[in-house]
Design a protein around this ligand. Structure first.
Ligand SMILES: Nc1ncnc2c1ncn2[C@@H]1O[C@H](COP(=O)(O)OP(=O)(O)OP(=O)(O)O)[C@@H](O)[C@H]1O
Length: 581
């Protein structure tokens, strides 16, 4: 029963080769009592404690607790062991009290405030209870480490030089306290202090540990272990996050900037697209497609019927009453509204000073202001300041005017014209170039956004990883004090996801706030003269959809980063981390 070492051999691999620290060690410890372990420096005392604590599992032989291999006891470090490290292993940014609470939460122990106060008083730390540990002296830190271990009612307390930094009075106090506490548990103390022999008859000299060391004192029955659960460590998680606040602030700022830039690009492009679409729709209502025969000949009636029938568009030719054919040109002469000049051939045909011009079932009266001498044998009409509508349409019979009812079919109409015809839609072509540019921008911005997202992930990954290395020791302390690997993985997942979700939420709130401000003050109108330019794409009719996608991105990113870190964590060798100063 109790703690037992069977043929334990420990070797370290060094550049010179394998180094044996101890070989075939057999020790059977009592269930309770205070045992001093002594021996010269470097003989392997700390290493032995680390093996017993389950921190270093790289050894030969068996270490048993209650006849079960310690590696097979799931909560061994949490429930059985309390360790007072040579280098204290406290968490610098936490206060004295929070260090004790953190430790107890890891062990799943509910701290009795009275007991904590008592210990703080005994070890004269009650006035420093809210001080951050980094501001304490070596001796004060050592006392915090002792209180922390004593708070837990672990059946085995391992102490690696627990009084090295203490003065004589405090040393005696600690020994007395350990003697009392050892009535109910096994306390192993590695010490160079000879005075400890006054407090315990049990002395384990490392130099004598050749092959076998059997304790005859089976003093009491087996220690019953209560099963407890680890605390949620939520408060500790927040404290850990706040410790790295500068880095988190940098991450927040960069992510807010990125989400805002992405939102402005997406909404801006959508706004420009909508703006030109609107302009285009308005222009298209007055717009015409001009169709000509490639050989410039006038249209015949049946060709018009064919064009109408085939494409089901409204097709018309401007006609002048009393004339079969005519041509029209603009001239640089001053005329009033609906005044035209004509040539000699035309005036001889109609013999009056008015022209009745019909187009698309409308009739316009054009006043003839004068006659221009030209070389044309056919009637010609010259115009200058006709109303825009008429001027455009006042063309010869070799050109047809098509009103395309639905502009969406404009391109279709033009590309499907029979080979003998040619058609142009100037406004359509102008707008089409805008749409092409916007479409190109959309594609470029998609690539840009995607790349930014990837770069952000990589940068965040580096940041979080650097934080992992900084927190590695804290994670090692957590593991060493009983936190299971899967608990730690879940802790990291919670921590990173919490950060990612809060970064996501804040970024979304900021960008939606900025959009609201832009829209409220109609800033785009003031800058570009375009009303409400920044609008969410139609795909995201519900604005929360865009933000939902952002959040989803952050959650996925958080999970991936956590997994990555958990995989990295597996490679951490606890005892090596804890050895480092
Ligand atoms: N990771 C390691 N790799 C190689 N050698 C190691 C490693 N860790 C410890 N050692 C060696 O193992 C030996 C035992 O170390 P340990 O710390 O257990 O000694 P110790 O008896 O506790 O010494 P001290 O009283 O000075 O604390 C030392 O010689 C040390 O150099």
């Amino acid at each position: 029963m109790g703690l037992e070492l069977k043929n334990v051999t420990k070797k370290f691999k060094t550049i010179e080769g394998e180094r044996v620290i101890f070989e075939n060690l057999n020790i059977h410890f009592p269930d309770y009592g205070l045992i001093a372990i002594t021996g010269e420096s470097g003989c392997g005392k700390s290493t032995l404690l680390q093996l017993i604590a389950g921190l270093d599992q790289d050894y030969e032989g068996k270490i048993l607790f209650n006849q079960v291999k310690i590696e097979d006891i799931k909560d061994y470090r949490q429930l059985v062991i309390s360790f007072v490290y040579q280098n204290y292993q406290l968490i610098d940014y936490l206060s004295v009290k929070d260090n004790c609470l953190f430790y107890c939460h890891l062990k799943g122990i509910k701290v009795v405030e009275k007991q904590l106060q008592e210990l703080l008083e005994i070890f004269e730390l009650n006035e420093l209870v809210n001080q951050k540990v980094k501001n304490l002296s070596g001796g004060q830190k050592q006392r915090v480490a002792l209180i922390r271990a004593l708070l837990c009612s672990s059946p085995i307390i391992l102490c690696d030089e627990p009084t090295g930094a203490l003065d004589e009075i405090n040393r005696q106090k600690v020994y007395r306290f350990f003697k009392k506490a050892s009535q109910r548990r096994l306390i192993l103390i590695v010490s160079h202090d000879q005075k400890i022999s006054k407090y315990t008859p049990y002395h384990l000299n490392f130099e004598c540990l050749k092959h076998h060391y059997d304790w005859n004192h089976q003093l009491y029955s087996r220690y019953e272990i209560r099963k407890t659960k680890c605390g949620l460590l939520f408060k500790e998680m927040i404290q850990m996050i706040l410790k790295d606040k500068k880095k988190w602030v940098m991450m927040f700022v960069s992510q807010i900037y990125m989400v805002l830039a992405m939102t402005l690009i997406i909404t801006g492009l959508e706004g420009f697209n909508g703006y030109y679409q609107k302009q285009y729709n308005q222009a298209m209502n007055n717009n015409l497609v001009m169709i000509q025969k490639k050989n410039q000949e006038p249209f015949k009636e049946k060709e018009i019927t064919k064009l109408k029938g085939k494409y089901q568009y409204h097709l018309d030719i401007g006609k002048i009453e009393g004339l079969k054919n005519f041509q029209s040109f603009s001239i640089n002469k001053k005329t009033k509204q609906n005044e035209v000049y004509v040539n000699h051939a035309l005036i001889t045909k109609i013999k009056q000073n008015k022209l009745i011009y019909k187009l698309n079932h409308h009739q316009y009266t054009l006043k003839i202001k004068g006659v221009i001498q030209d070389d044309y044998q056919e009637p010609v009409l010259y115009y200058h300041s006709l109303s825009n509508e008429i001027a455009l349409q006042c063309i010869d019979v070799s050109t047809s005017i098509v009103y395309v009812k639905n502009h969406k079919y404009m391109k279709d109409y033009l590309t499907h014209l029979s080979v003998q015809y040619q058609g142009i839609a100037p406004i359509y072509e102008e707008y089409e170039s805008y749409f092409k540019v916007i479409d190109l921008f959309k594609k470029v911005s998609f690539v840009f956004i995607f790349l930014s997202f990837m770069i952000a992930i990589v940068l965040m990954g580096y940041m979080v990883l650097s934080m992992l290395y900084e927190n590695q020791k804290i994670y090692a302390i957590m593991l060493a004090n009983g936190y299971q690997n899967n608990h730690l993985a879940f802790f990291i997942l919670k921590k990173i996801s919490l950060m990612m979700i809060s970064i996501g939420i804040v970024s979304c709130l900021v960008s939606s706030g900025v959009l609201k401000i832009i829209s409220f003050f109609d800033i785009s109108k003031k800058i570009w003269g375009i009303n409400h330019l920044f609008v969410l794409p139609r795909e995201f009719q519900w604005s929360f959809m865009l933000y939902f996608f952002y959040l989803l991105g952050y959650i996925v990113q958080g999970i991936l980063l956590s997994l990555f870190i958990v995989l990295k964590m597996k490679k951490i060798k606890m005892y090596e981390c804890l050895r480092e100063e």
